[in-house]
Design a protein around this ligand. Structure first.
Ligand code: HEC
Length: 143
């Protein structure tokens, strides 16, 4: 019986990894004691075509987001050496709706703990650049 339980658990984990609509991507990444504050942060940069373009240049340029998240924003899905969690599929509207801008900004400041999503602010990006790149991340969604 124990064996069967183990096999089922492994099976479930494997399904979770292979299945694009993995519900675990919707679980908040910001720790519970910081999420209320993070949700209160709003993007001060207007989503104009010019500002999205600035974000796009950062995504494809100096911040190297594209190496993990892909040109199409879907996450490349098979990057050697990643410690488990795959890069997010930004074209998933359910995920887009599940996150506030402030939560995404928290991730750019702190990274997603335990994954290969590192912190970019302030070492790589200024806060203003981070807000621009998030406009570009949002542009993959289809409102
Ligand atoms: C080394 C690979 C790598 C690079 C480079 C990278 N990411 Fe990520 N990113 C990831 C992984 C892996 C995850 C999934 C983390 C998780 O599931 O918690 C992720 C998740 C995210 C998320 C979703 C977090 C959430 O709340 O669901 C955002 C937004 C994001 N990345 C933005 C960016 C931006 C913007 C850049 C460039 C400044 C970038 N990433 C660069 C690997 C990367």
């Amino acid at each position: 019986m124990k064996r069967v339980g183990q096999a089922m658990a492994i099976g479930l984990v494997m399904c979770g990894m292979a299945w694009a609509a993995d519900p675990s991507v919707l679980k908040p990444r910001v720790p519970a004691d910081q999420i209320e504050e993070a949700k209160s942060w709003e993007n001060p940069v207007l989503s104009t075509p010019e500002n999205v373009e600035i974000g796009k240049n950062i995504f494809h340029g100096k911040a190297f987001c594209v190496t993990c998240h892909g040109k199409d924003g879907k996450g490349l899905g098979n990057i050697p050496g990643l410690r488990g969690k795959l890069p997010r599929n930004f074209t998933d509207n359910t995920w887009q709706a599940a996150r506030t801008d402030g939560e995404l900004f928290w991730i750019l400041k702190n990274g997603s703990p335990g994954t290969d999503m590192a912190s970019f602010v302030p070492l790589v990006l200024t806060e203003e650049e981070a807000w621009h790149v998030l406009l570009y991340v949002r542009s993959f969604g289809n409102p």
